[in-house]
Structures are given as structure tokens and as C-alpha cells.
Design a binder for this molecule. Structure first.
Ligand SMILES: [Zn+2]
Ligand SMILES: [Zn+2]
Length: 135
């Protein structure tokens, strides 16, 4: 996991970092990042062994950090291209219950769709680097 030194470095970098999540096509502003979404990348993420123990860190803003910890929104994030979008659970026909759904391959990047990975109860345990996730 991310140790204290890494954490300090990451925290310092936040000053000139903007949120990497999609705020919708109507919102072109840059949102100051306040935290990072941390995703452990397991060994079976393709055959690129150099990344076997890596973690992916995605800068996120306050608004996104809050949405990730509430029960109103589900984030769908493509691990291939980094594109994401938020789904308002109340307005969705699907009964989303995860905070994050990771996908490999999406219409945006045109990659072949290779799977869906859920967070929360299932195997991918995400966390926030600076402000620990509220359990
Ligand atoms: Zn954001
Ligand atoms: Zn994609």
C-alpha cells in the first residue's frame, strides 16, 4: 500500500492537480483535486508483469470523493482508457449497488470489452490516499 512518504509526495502534488473523473460534458471546468482514488492492480491484469504489484492512483476532487462515499452515485471507470462517468442510481434502470464499477474496454476507447470488475464487497478494494474512506 501507499506509505507515509508516498502520501506526503502525493499530497504535495495535489496543488497542481485536477480531478481526472468525468464531470459530464456540460462541465468543462477544472476541479482542484483533493485526494486520490487508489486501486490495487492484481497480478491478473493482463500479462504485463511490470505492473503486477502496482497501484493506480487517480486524482479526484472533493465533489467526487463525496459522491464515492455516498449511496447516490455509481462511478463507471474504464481501466483501459481512463474514461469515466457517473450514474445517478435513482435514475438508472439497473439496480446499481456498487460505488465503483471498473470495466476493461468501453465505447470511448474502442477496446474490445474484456470484463467488468466490481468494487466494495467484491475483490477490488479501493480507498482514498489522503482522507481514508469512511467505512
Ligand atoms: Zn471530480
Ligand atoms: Zn475505455
Amino acid at each position: 500500500m501507499i506509505d507515509d512518504i508516498d502520501k506526503l509526495g502525493l499530497q504535495a502534488e495535489l496543488v497542481h492537480t485536477v480531478c481526472q473523473l468525468n464531470h459530464g460534458s456540460y462541465d468543462k471546468e477544472n476541479h482542484q483535486a483533493v485526494d486520490y482514488l487508489v486501486i490495487p492492480m492484481g497480478e491478473d491484469q493482463g500479462n504485463d508483469t511490470t505492473h503486477s504489484d502496482a497501484e493506480m492512483v487517480i486524482p479526484i476532487c472533493h465533489e467526487c470523493a463525496e459522491a464515492l462515499q455516498g449511496d447516490e452515485w455509481t462511478l463507471i471507470y474504464c481501466l483501459d482508457c481512463g474514461k469515466s462517468h457517473w450514474v445517478l442510481r435513482a435514475l438508472s434502470r439497473l439496480n446499481y449497488r456498487h460505488h465503483i464499477i471498473w470495466i476493461k474496454g468501453c465505447p470511448e476507447c474502442g477496446s474490445e470489452f474484456r470484463g467488468v470488475y466490481f468494487s466494495d464487497e467484491d475483490e477490488i478494494v479501493w480507498d482514498l490516499a489522503i482522507h481514508k474512506k469512511v467505512a
